[in-house]
Write a protein that binds this ligand. Structure first.
Ligand code: FMN
Length: 392
């Protein structure tokens, strides 16, 4: 395992924590840089009240000295500002006061019911505090640090929202970063201004009727060298690892690599990317239907992934459930919620992809310091220079 991370922390507990193990020594990092990604994760039209309470800030507590990684585990804390409103009911310390009232009405679409059965509790809060997507702030930190490593090699990872509910951007091949540069300025992180307004209307319509709405986002990576990942074992294939990282984001129900699902409907002659050679440019492709991955390895083309997010399951007009104490039919309990979190999820998706790519980079070019990895990357690129020309 070349690079890994673990997170801890409950949604309304004192803090979230993340430990990233395996980052090389020599990366220039700062809390400000991580905070930019945390702020991007908090943005997006359709977010609920919680994001007004929180202003996520990373506190680096290990693995970095004088702004540079040491090669030791990097630990980061993010304080939950909302904890002060939950200090009694989320205290790690047993209190003499009565236990807060149990939340016995599991919400459909959440982990409440399965978790209550699995962990033997009648209080959904014991489950939902950790199942909450608040945890994705900690993942974003891991992705942000992974991004620093990738960018040292000119690899850029970006994302954008391509669908909210029934409003969709017309699909076009992803060739370069151009279609991603300004999306952070857009309220729904959509690259098409006309469509963006329609997406906002879609969110407003859902909000007015006490409902929620999902969508699709795209994550792309540019400047990748061929050969990250491997066809040699199921768990080394990068397609599976990337899909897994995206599918593990709360609310994500489908992941597509390249043209993905639509490839199932065309003939083979229209489904693949023919290999061409031109001496100045080396090996090249005119199409990128595979989304930059063949047999679980990067092939030197842009990586293109899409993820579908279901509508937020906590609704202002709650769905039916069963009270686990009385077994009566009741309304699910209500927790403050977003109406749409697809823009935020796209930032988390970016982080997830950054981490898997950085992990694959460390596996192939492993080294304890950035300098060592650089030497290995340059040696590899030198070896394939007649075929693969890195983008300028
Ligand atoms: C950034 C982000 C924010 C989310 N915000 C909410 C929310 O406010 N309310 C909610 O019910 N679900 C929210 N979700 C989705 C739930 O966390 C998720 O649907 C739930 O944990 C069940 O997991 P599953 O949908 O993967 O099965 C959010 C997801 C993400 C990625």
């Amino acid at each position: 395992m070349a690079l890994r991370y673990l997170t801890g922390g409950e949604s309304h507990g004192p803090s979230l924590a993340v430990i990233i193990d395996g980052l090389p020594a020599g990366l220039v990092v700062s809390a400000d840089m991580i905070n930019r990604d945390l702020a991007r994760r908090q943005s997006g039209y359709g977010r609920g009240g919680r994001m007004k309470v929180e202003k996520d800030r990373a506190r680096i507590i290990s693995g970095v000295r004088l702004g540079v990684t040491l090669g030791s585990p990097v630990s980061v804390l993010i304080e939950n500002k909302d904890h002060e409103n939950w200090a009694a009911s989320m205290s790690p310390v047993a209190s003499d006061d009565d236990r807060p009232e149990k939340e016995t009405r599991p919400r459909p679409g959440h982990g409440d019911l399965a978790g209550m059965l699995k962990y033997g509790t009648l209080d959904a809060r014991d489950i939902l505090e950790r199942a909450s997507a608040r945890e994705t702030a900690a993942r974003t930190v891991a992705g942000s640090l992974a991004r620093v490593l990738l960018e040292s090699f000119g690899i850029k990872v970006a994302s954008r929202v391509v669908r909210i509910g029934g409003v969709e951007v017309q699909r076009e091949p992803v060739m370069d970063l151009k279609g991603f540069v300004d999306v952070d300025e857009d309220v729904v992180r959509c690259a098409d201004k006309e469509v963006s307004w329609k997406m906002v209307e879609e969110i407003e319509k859902a909000a007015e009727s006490g409902d929620s709405v999902g969508g699709v986002f795209e994550v792309a990576a540019f400047g990748l060298m061929p050969g990250l990942g491997s066809m040699a074992q199921h768990d080394r294939r990068l397609d599976g690892r990337l899909a897994g990282a995206l599918a593990s984001i709360p609310g994500i129900k489908g992941v597509e690599t390249g043209d993905g699902f639509s490839l199932a409907g065309v003939w083979g002659s229209r489904a693949h990317d023919e290999i061409l050679y031109e001496s100045a440019r080396g090996i090249e492709r005119k199409t990128n239907r595979a989304g930059g991955l063949e047999a679980g390895m990067t092939n030197g083309e842009p990586l293109v992934l899409r993820a579908a997010m279901k509508p937020i399951p906590s609704l202002r007009r709650p769905l039916s459930t069963v009270d686990m104490g009385t077994l009566e039919r009741v309304d699910a309990f209500r927790e403050r919620a977003d109406v749409c979190a697809v823009p935020a999820a796209s930032v988390v998706g970016e982080a997830a992809v950054c981490f898997v790519l950085a992990e694959a980079l460390c596996e192939k070019f492993g080294g304890d310091s950035l300098g060592e990895i650089e030497r290995n990357v340059h040696g590899y690129l030198e070896g394939i220079k007649d075929f693969f020309k890195p983008p300028e």
